[in-house]
Design a protein. Structure first.
Length: 147
């Protein structure tokens, strides 16, 4: 069996993998790989409900003042920063899986978005919810003239 196209990616993240197993974390002699250097990505749920496309992103540890939303054509981009408040040096970590720093997440929707109609909320549980109204599709009948 040939090498996985993901082998290099897994290897750069501190994983070992053979053709028959899922990737596993390789030994680092008591120090865990620093996954935060991979970062910059946050998980999102995108769904339709009640005439809206809704983008829902849990952002624990992110402050409202550190968030921005940009809308362009059919793309919504959420940018922000999760600030680390502790003064812990990287060599002091035994395990470090949390991402700290700047992140960006773009979602492409199946329609052109009117930026003036987009709404967003950020609740006390640090859940960002972006509501994009679904535009009513308009059908235009085109009359064909004889040439």
């Amino acid at each position: 069996m040939g090498s996985s196209p993901f082998h290099g990616i897994f290897q750069s993240l501190g994983f070992e993998q053979d053709a028959h197993t899922a990737p596993t974390v390789k030994s680092t002699h008591g120090k865990a790989p620093d996954y935060t250097k991979v970062g910059g990505h946050v998980a999102a749920d995108v769904y339709e409900h009640g005439g809206y496309y809704i983008i829902k992103i849990p952002l624990a540890g992110v402050r409202l003042c550190d968030l921005d939303i940009e809308v362009s054509d059919s793309i919504v981009t959420i940018r922000g920063q999760r600030r680390q408040s502790d003064d812990v040096l990287s060599e002091q970590y035994f395990l470090q899986e949390c991402f700290w720093g700047e992140f960006s997440r773009s979602v492409t929707l199946p329609c052109t978005i009117d930026p003036k109609k987009v709404k967003a909320t950020f609740n006390k549980e640090c859940i960002l919810k972006v509501l994009i109204p679904k535009e009513e599709s308009t059908v235009k009948v085109v009359r064909i003239n004889e040439a």
